[in-house]
Design a protein around this ligand. Structure first.
Ligand code: NDP
Ligand code: GDR
Length: 369
């Protein structure tokens, strides 16, 4: 039985990847951080009580900032594959916590590679690094491919740049099977609530259900190449199954503005909205509703709040996935409409459940960011 170790198993991608690897018959080990609250809700459906026989999902406490801990876990597990998905992954937050981001996302990658080397596992353990389209930052070429020069625009992207190059360096210096997946934005019902797509699908569902009036957002002009996380974790696995380690762009090849994503989300709820005004005065207003959710025509459902602007922004991302399609045989099952549908139907269910609880006298706490 192959063994995989996943850092960031409690995150969006970690949860989908763990599910995929368990389906493929792997023994899956995951590193989770100690938290004062339970932080495993994305993988609770995969959890097996350790007292049962043949448990194939095992969690270890750990942190990417702790070399000794990482080395011990890798020594104990002796993994065939390591997927380094753990990271402080929020671009805007990285401007507030740049040193920590460098430590976890940059040096954290080095810690794992060096542990593999020190433990003499270079020929056994294959390594996947969660690199990112944020490396491209300021537009140098359209679409962005494996050969496009990098120009990172945030402490997050600069930390990930180190992670990218140290992975390449350990491959070249020590002959390790180490790959970078340069993944463009990928979303899902498990997406963190403060990333823009999930913020929009949650906000729109709350508005439709009458739980909230307005979503406050930052730059509506930014363009992203959005795919579904379920499709993207398959590409990660494929990268570690090849004869030779290489780096791959994983993307849909299409780009969409934040504004268009908002319109698609409301359209899924049969609510048409139009934008008026410019810059920080831009607003999204209801034009008409054809479905079960009746909002007042002209109601302002989207407003810009400059607090969500970034000191330096990445304006346009669009990836060329040709290499992944040709060499890995990677295919996409979801398009953007399918992604929006999946996210909206999930969030509607979440907030209908909240409404039901509230109607039954239970207090439901919601966070706004
Ligand atoms: P999430 O933010 O959903 O998950 C990040 C994971 O990393 C969580 O499990 C988190 O733990 C864990 N983590 C954070 N800091 C540490 C630390 N110091 N030590 C150990 N674990 C830590 O990210 P995604 O699942 O969306 O992304 C996975 C990876 O892919 C990340 O590295 C991200 O930067 C990268 N990426 C993501 C893309 C996307 O569009 N989603 C695109 C390209 C790259 P906890 O649950 O405790 O917070
Ligand atoms: P990104 O994702 O920065 O691309 O990083 P995010 O969803 O945070 O932002 C996408 C774009 O939307 C704009 N935006 C807003 N963003 C957030 N979070 N909140 C808002 O209110 C808002 N309004 C507008 C942003 O300015 C930006 O242009 C994600 C992360 O998963 C990274 O870890 C990963 O590496 C990259 O995708 C690829």
């Amino acid at each position: 039985m192959k063994k995989a170790l996943i850092t960031g198993i409690t995150g969006q991608d970690g949860a989908y990847l763990a599910e995929l690897l368990l389906e493929k018959g792997y023994e899956v080990h995951g590193i989770k951080r100690r938290s004062s609250l339970f932080n495993t809700n994305r993988i609770d459906h995969l959890y097996q009580d350790l007292h049962q026989k043949n448990v194939r999902l095992k969690l270890h406490y750990g942190d990417l900032t702790d070399s000794m801990n990482l080395t011990r876990i890798i020594q104990e597990v002796q993994p065939d594959e390591i997927y380094n998905l753990g990271a402080m992954s929020h671009v805007k937050v990285s401007f507030d916590t740049p040193e920590y981001t460098a430590n976890a996302d940059g040096t954290g990658t080095l810690r794992i590679l060096e542990a593999i080397r020190l433990l003499g596992l270079e020929k056994k353990t294959r390594f996947y690094q969660a690199s990112t389209s944020e490396l491209y930052g300021m537009v140098q070429e359209i679409p962005q491919r494996e050969t496009t020069p990098f120009y990172p625009r945030s402490p997050y992207a600069v930390a990930k740049l180190y992670g990218y190059w140290i992975t390449v360096n350990y491959r070249e210096a020590y002959g390790m099977y180490a790959c970078n997946g340069i993944l463009f934005n990928h979303e899902s019902p498990l997406r963190g609530e403060t990333f823009v797509t999930r913020k929009i699908t949650r906000g729109a569902c709350k508005i439709a259900l009458g739980l909230e009036d307005t979503i406050f957002l930052g730059n509506l002009d930014a363009k992203r190449d959005w795919g579904h996380a379920k499709d993207y974790v398959r590409a990660m696995w494929l990268m570690l199954q090849q004869d030779e380690a290489e780096d791959f762009v994983v993307a849909t090849g299409k780009t969409t503005t934040v504004r268009e994503f908002i319109q698609k989300t409301f359209a899924e709820l049969k609510i048409e909205i139009a934008f008026e005004g410019e810059g920080i005065n831009e607003v999204g207003k209801v034009v008409q509703c054809n479905g079960e959710y009746q909002l007042e025509k002209g109601a302002t459902v989207v407003q810009v709040d400059p607090k969500y602007f970034r000191p330096t922004e990445v304006e346009l991302l669009i990836g060329d996935p040709s290499k992944a399609i040709d060499k890995l045989g990677w295919t996409l099952e979801y398009d953007l409409d399918g992604l929006v549908k999946d996210m909206v139907s999930n969030d509607l269910e979440v907030f209908k459940r909240d409404q039901f609880l509230e109607n039954g006298g239970h207090k439901v706490y919601r966070q706004y960011e």
